[in-house]
Design a protein around this ligand. Sequence first.
Ligand code: BG6
Length: 491
Amino acid sequence: MLIIFGASGDLTARKLIPALFNLYKGGHLPEKFVVLGVSRSDLSDGEFRKKVVHESEYLKESVGKEANSFIETFANKLFYEDLGDDYDTNYHRLETRISDLNTKYGTDDNYIFYLSTPPSLYEVIAKNLSEEGLNNEEKGWKRLIVEKPFGYNLDSARKLNEGLHNYFQETQIYRIDHYLGKETVQNLLVTRFANSIFEPLWNRNYIHHVEITNAERVGVEKRGGYYDKSGALRDMFQNHLLQIVSLVVMEPPIGPGAEEIRNEKVKALKSLRKMTDEKTLFDNTIRAQYVSSVIDGEKVPGYREEEGVDPNSTTETYAAIKFFVDNWRWADVPFYVRTAKRMPTKVTEVVIHFKSPHHQIFKDSGMDSKDNKLIIRIQPDEGILIKFGVKVPGQGFKVERANLDFYYSSLVEQHVMEAYERLLLDAMQGDATLYARADEVEAAWEFVDPILEYWKNGKDVKTYGYSAGVWGPKNSDDLIDGNHMWRNPEE
Ligand code: BG6
């Protein structure tokens, strides 16, 4: 049984129910399966089904041509319980409801509790569940899925981990990061460790620098209230981007198991060089906000004009960080990572820039040292692009740039699971590989905390402005060393 706390919220309708529906459609859910939505709204089972299934705009695409009876069978697996005002009472009633559903539908006392509430409620919910014995695995397993943000900084993340560990074992806790559910993020592991052609080059001897870009076209949409207290560093960098960094940086795990992979990721995160003095932080971090602009003849509000945002806010919608990784493999290789809203396009990609050959016999031929690149496109146009030089046919040795390009879409037609589908299925099967472990989350905060602190209280900290639809503030190019520049993905 899946019990969703915060079930009347946006995430349930937008992501969780469509993911469950697709899993059901694909025959991935056990026959005896029940979803119990829990929240503070006063809804009946029927009203809940209407909201998240029958009248949901998010399910339309998945429902497609499915017969009404099929949709009905799915909807009839959904139930709802109103928990009252504060998520701190009425758990005995909840326990009774769970156990009635369990008896009626034969779900074997196996429960996943999905916390999609404000993070301040996570511990309260865990405590109440434990008081009702709902963390007890004597009969059936009990798992807790926790949504992001996991903490607000290192201190709060540690406290949250400690709080949850009072009631649930670490092996029962699944911290979700939906980027890990993306096929192309997982493919980073396969690209590196299932092939013999990349890994020998994957180190400081051959790699000049690594660049990771995450760009979105949208602004903060209707989430100004949340976003203004968060900013790009907390919203995207601490979690999704550092997860990608850890997969690029990590050493080969001894096997594909959850602990084996996560042990290496933690080591990778711990090896990121922390920036502690103001000069280093000033030189290596840039934050900025989009300002009001006109795109395609239409006026787009600036960040400070968005609903829920303080008109004097310094919260960043653009963050670019340069850092180093202090270990044998990566010594002296700069990493450049940026994330932003209101960019020209939506794209996430990892670019491995290779060094030029030690001795360049064709250096006057048209190729230059910046031309060997491996581009891992995480989204959209998921795939891998290798840029290299080829000889132009004819006399002499004129070299031209060429692309070796692989698109996932060229693989045989196959339903690629959405991140939430994959992650929910993994949690049901007890596979925590794609979930963040406590020490992993803390290691990421350890790196981010000094930047947050500097941006909050440091001297000379600036919040630059950039127009919507451009690749960030002008001075962001200054972050990159030498004659290199950010790769702006239409290129
Ligand atoms: C979320 C952030 O975690 O990820 C959002 O809170 C962001 O601000 C979203 O828009 C991006 O996810 P994706 O999968 O669209 O890249």
